[in-house]
Design a protein around this ligand. Sequence first.
Ligand SMILES: NC(=O)c1ccc[n+]([C@@H]2O[C@H](COP(=O)([O-])OP(=O)(O)OC[C@H]3O[C@@H](n4cnc5c(N)ncnc54)[C@H](O)[C@@H]3O)[C@@H](O)[C@H]2O)c1
Ligand SMILES: [Zn+2]
Length: 366
Amino acid sequence: MRTLNVHIKDKAYPVVIDTALFSRIKWHDIFGPPPVSCALITNTTLAELHLPAVRSYFQKLVPQFAEIILPDGEEYKTLATTGEIYHHLSQAGLDRKSALIAFGGGVITDITGFAASTYMRGVRYYQIPTSLLAQVDSSVGGKTGVNLPEGKNLVGTFYQPDGVMCDLSFLETLPPREFREGMSEVLKAGFLAGGKLLRILKEKTRELSSGIQDILEEVVYLSIDYKREVVEEDELESGIRAVLNYGHTIGHALEKAAGYGVLRHGEAVAVGMVGEAIIGKNLGFVDPGFISLQEEMLRASDLPTKVSVPVSREIFFQALRQDKKKEAGQLRISIVKESGKPLFGIKIDEDMVSEVLPALCEVVEP
Ligand SMILES: NC(=O)c1ccc[n+]([C@@H]2O[C@H](COP(=O)([O-])OP(=O)(O)OC[C@H]3O[C@@H](n4cnc5c(N)ncnc54)[C@H](O)[C@@H]3O)[C@@H](O)[C@H]2O)c1
Ligand SMILES: [Zn+2]
């Protein structure tokens, strides 16, 4: 069992990582006194696969324990679902001293965190992330939120959890495509962090994809630790936290332009990192050796380095401009000069993106 502590402003919380957490963890020793009442929020998939072990742990720990089981899917990460959660909480008699526990992937942790930050003006909040992406990405940093019909994550809060429990054994049931999506964010952390994380990833990419757990534990630990370091320095993303968007500017636009369901987020980020690295090279920042290392490692994780379907130039740039609006009209990317040396806030223009687009997909002209 490994523990790391995240310190953000006046709040500190432990993240515990283990391969058989619920048979070993001593709540009091790590998180202090347990709440008197709590609600665990999960979805139908996780409820079927893993709820019994988690339920029996909390039923022994907490006198008043409730469960809320949501349907599975990003389409339920909405204000309407949040409203239903509030009703369940108040009907179950949960008050300001209660805690919410998110048990699931990033969808569940985002919506539960949002509900926890707003119910009774904020209650205690614990996470049990069950996807690789949720463990290495959503577990630290305190971003919570829901989607609007107008776009993803448009409503949300910064709300740090009181504790995070990452049990790697849950990953055994994660579908391979979801695992690879998480690997994309792990590789991103590796490129940004360099050092030991990148070294293990370089040597063990294949073994990791087959889910070998002792290496995975080290990799999850180091990925979370890197994100911890970044968000401790810049909680609200006014500076260095932007490095974590590496691959995401082009990735988001490709995700939208490829059409719903073609490219998953992690896959789009993989191609996005390829594109942003080439732009960085064209600007004279990025070492060509890094570009080939990155492509090799993405391939070894069975992640795409190119989009498999034709992409309309027009739809791609529309999507890119939508993202640009959020950044006050200026396109910016983060790049990795060489492993472990990221730069953020690099201003780019549409011509630079246009130039790399044919390397990322077959471009359909209007
Ligand atoms: N808050 C943050 O910092 C942050 C960071 C990155 C992503 N996100 C959000 O996270 C979401 C994506 O997260 P995700 O990729 O985990 O998606 P997800 O929560 O939809 O999970 C993916 C699928 O895997 C299933 N699943 C999860 N764990 C499983 C397990 N152990 N066994 C079997 N099936 C399992 C889920 O039920 C779902 O069907 C997005 O909504 C995104 O906006 C948030
Ligand atoms: Zn991402």
